[in-house]
Design a protein around this ligand. Sequence first.
Ligand code: GFB
Length: 338
Amino acid sequence: MHIQKRLWLVISISFMASAAAAQSMARTAKIFVAGHRGLVGSALIRALRTAGFTNIITRSHHELDLRDQQAVFNFFAAQRPDYVFLAAAKVGGILANRDHPAEFIYDNLMIEANVIQAAYRFGVKKLLFLGSSCIYPRMAPQPICEEYLLTGELETTNYAYAIAKIAGIKMCQAYNEQYGTKFISVMPTNLYGPYDNFDEQSSHVLPALLRKFHLAKVQNAPEVVLWGTGTPYREFLHVDDLAQACLFLMESYDGAEIINIGTGTDVQIRELAELIKELVGYTGEIVWDTSKPDGTPRKLLNVERLRALGWTAQIPLQEGISTTYAWCNEQRVFERMN
Ligand code: GFB
């Protein structure tokens, strides 16, 4: 057998073995979703409730600052959660990352260090840590396999966030090695969906475009200004798909290796802009502001590991954008922001 095929078979079998070893969560288990008001955390809550979990605990940022070690330890000591989904993070789009690197590295390192240490100290059965596709080298071969981590230079616009997320992955692996914990890490691609950040300056591209085209339509603006050249490619995953994948892995995967979560296909930013323009019903012009950064040229994830475990994304991009736009209109998101 070809050496690569044989290697792949060995990897697949070891993943299947780890899948078989993992335990499903009791529907009454106490589950802490850290970051439940964000895009990912709110999707996890929806997915957990739909799956019949009845003992979900949450704390708002105001009630519990996850950067405060003592507060986090007190919370874990009092609540003793069985499972933790670590979805709390300081996140943002390309400009927010570029302009606030200190906040991105400090907040994320503190949140991860405190929650992971508390999960170990207070006997959490299993923790799922959410990383990001920006942990991989800027010029990684495409599609990006999990093994490419730490094999090259990072993208400069989000190095601070990436370093913090890499630290979180390594912390989980180190605790598993030294303490025998079950802390798994997943790497989602670019996400979108309900409860995203739709702020014009700090958001990611997909929510930014929904907002820009919507406002341009209602205001009859002749043009919409987008950032960069429009030539980079990005992969987009609906957050409800991500939440399903996280539940699936929490109940079926105990391996040491990180797992990419994506759709396996990407789209050029220009194409995304045309698609959103059409879905929103805007008829004006698109102008590209090339003084704004492009970021990494491409970051398409290789999702073969996840597929081998038995999970694939279900929500097509066009459908996901349409339902997200419908949600924005129902919630009057853009009107409330003005
Ligand atoms: O989604 P985004 O902000 O971040 O930008 P990244 C993706 C691409 O869309 C870039 C372009 O090439 C932007 O220049 N773009 C065009 C726009 N118009 C706009 C606009 O109006 N707003 C925004 N935001 N972008 C982030 C990282 O990188 O990806 C984070 O900074 C994180 O760390 C996240 O990992 C998933 O995809 O470049």
